[in-house]
Design a protein around this ligand. Structure first.
Ligand SMILES: NC(=O)c1ccc[n+]([C@@H]2O[C@H](COP(=O)([O-])OP(=O)(O)OC[C@H]3O[C@@H](n4cnc5c(N)ncnc54)[C@H](O)[C@@H]3O)[C@@H](O)[C@H]2O)c1
Length: 255
């Protein structure tokens, strides 16, 4: 059990990679808080974890809502006694926008993808500090960036790349600032994965086939392949890794 005795909060965990990570953490012995806007889907994820003998609970959280973050962290501290792992996974795609410089889309993308991560660290880390300095193995924050936080793309709203680039650097700032608190902060950068709920062009089979030509492993990734990378960074196996960016892209950005 690689997550035994750990309390974890995963945002955007009703769907996709967040849901896969929640189920994997549940199988590995964590107490998992599944947070999202999609209450029905989130409750279904919790049910599936419980059916597999795991411990989980759903909490409604809009990651752009600072008061919501405060209430969420307070509830976790009250009911589970503290927080060890925070996975800032909630996000929206920029590939459905027609105008790649639309201002409203910029604000939406930055608000959810970047400010949402900032607020998670702002309110999650103080709670994690209490346990990390009490002789446990320390806390771990994992922020979901993307290959779009490393390289630019011609077919995605610029706010998606900017927000994911911000996540990459918030992560490194967090690593620099919280190492002495025994809290590690790392980012994960998925490549071509099953489309997001909010995907547009990146869900188009013709576009995906074109992208695949540049992926050395020659296939799209699976949500469990990202969940396993997140599990490694959440577990004590990665105890000397902080400020790192773990690319899970089949080699896309290596060529
Ligand atoms: N799928 C991909 O191709 C891909 C590639 C690289 C990175 N990513 C990143 O990985 C993360 C997960 O993506 P996914 O593929 O699982 O997408 P998804 O659309 O399946 O899941 C995203 C989840 O975030 C939730 N969410 C959206 N806005 C929210 C908000 N304001 N508050 C709380 N929850 C909110 C959604 O309800 C959804 O459940 C995202 O940050 C995404 O940008 C995805």
């Amino acid at each position: 059990m690689r997550m035994k005795d750990k309390v974890a909060l995963i945002t955007g965990a009703a769907s996709g990679m967040g849901a896969a990570t929640a189920r994997l953490f549940g199988r590995e012995g964590a107490t998992v808080f599944v947070a999202d806007l999609l209450d029905k889907e989130g409750a279904d994820v919790v049910d599936s974890i419980k059916k597999a003998q795991g411990k989980a609970r759903y909490l409604h959280l809009d990651v752009t809502d600072e008061a919501g973050w405060q209430a969420t962290i307070a509830e976790i501290e009250k009911s589970a006694g503290g927080l060890d792992v925070l996975v800032n996974n909630a996000g929206i795609s920029g590939s459905a926008e027609q105008d790649l410089y639309d201002t409203a889309a910029w604000n939406r993308l930055m608000g959810i993808n970047a400010t949402g991560v900032f607020l998670g660290m702002k309110h999650g880390i103080p709670a994690m500090k209490k346990r990390a300095t009490q002789g446990k193995k320390g806390g771990s924050v994992i922020n979901l960036s993307s290959v779009s936080g490393i390289v630019g793309q011609g077919y995605i709203h610029v706010g998606y790349n900017a927000s994911k680039g911000a996540v990459r650097m918030i992560t490194k700032a967090g690593a620099a600032q919280h190492g002495r608190d025994n809290i590690r902060v790392n980012s994960v950068h998925p490549g071509l994965m099953p489309p997001m709920r909010t995907s547009g062009r990146t869900a188009d089979p013709v576009m995906r086939a074109k992208t695949l030509k540049g992926v050395p492993l020659g296939r799209a990734g699976e949500v469990d392949e990202v969940a396993h990378a997140i599990l490694f960074l959440a577990s004590d196996e990665s105890s000397y890794i902080t400020g790192a960016e773990l690319v899970v892209d089949g080699g896309w950005t290596a060529v």
